[in-house]
Design a protein around this ligand. Structure first.
Ligand code: HEC
Length: 168
């Protein structure tokens, strides 16, 4: 914490300390009834379903929760290679909360996963997402494995690269 200590009371410090992790600390989403409800809300507004839930956009967000976050076998192909949105239901099932928090706060991987956005989550909100996904339970199969740039994917993929418009 980098708040000037003389300016704040010890009580305030103790409360902050529960959630503090860096100077970029975010305010947690506090008004939901339970961590799971907060997690559901954060997954929706955080856009996690947009990539990690097949058919989410087509259903206009009306897929039942049993189909959420099962991962996708449609890759995103760009200069980094081809990456696949992970099955978060399986991931959470075999990942401890401590490891999840480390990943949420400092994890890096391939695009288009918005890693830097995840880093802005407060600890409390990252825990809420974990609780929600864990409660959904493990389901589905692992997404396809990452393919390096010089190899051809064997699955469908979306090309994620800027293209110049054709000149008239
Ligand atoms: C624009 C698409 C996109 C969005 C939106 C997105 N992800 Fe991802 N996510 C991916 C891709 C692609 C990967 C695989 C990245 C890699 O291989 O490094 C990934 C990987 C992950 C991983 C790592 C899993 C593992 O096996 O290591 C976690 C955790 C994760 N995403 C959580 C989230 C959460 C939580 C949200 C919502 C706040 C979210 N993602 C939103 C595309 C997305």
């Amino acid at each position: 914490m980098r708040i000037a200590i003389p300016l704040v009371s010890l009580g305030f410090l103790a409360v902050c300390g529960l959630y503090a992790r860096s100077s970029a600390m975010s305010t947690p989403y506090v008004s939901a009834a339970s961590p799971q409800d907060a997690g559901r809300y954060l997954v929706i507004v955080g856009g996690c379903n947009d990539c990690h839930t097949p058919g989410w956009d087509q259903s206009q967000g009306r897929l039942p929760e049993s189909k959420w976050l099962l991962g996708s076998d449609v890759g995103f192909r760009g200069p980094w290679g081809t990456s696949y949105p992970a099955n978060l239901r399986l991931f959470v099932a075999h990942t401890s909360e401590a490891k999840w928090l480390r990943l949420a706060h400092a994890g890096m991987g391939d695009p288009p996963m918005p890693w830097a956005n995840l880093h802005a989550l407060s600890t409390r909100d990252a825990r809420a997402i974990y609780a929600f996904v864990k409660a959904l339970g493990p389901a589905g199969v692992e997404a396809a494995a990452y393919v390096p740039p010089n190899r051809e994917p064997t699955t469908p993929y979306i090309v994620f690269e800027p293209r110049q418009p054709a000149r008239p």
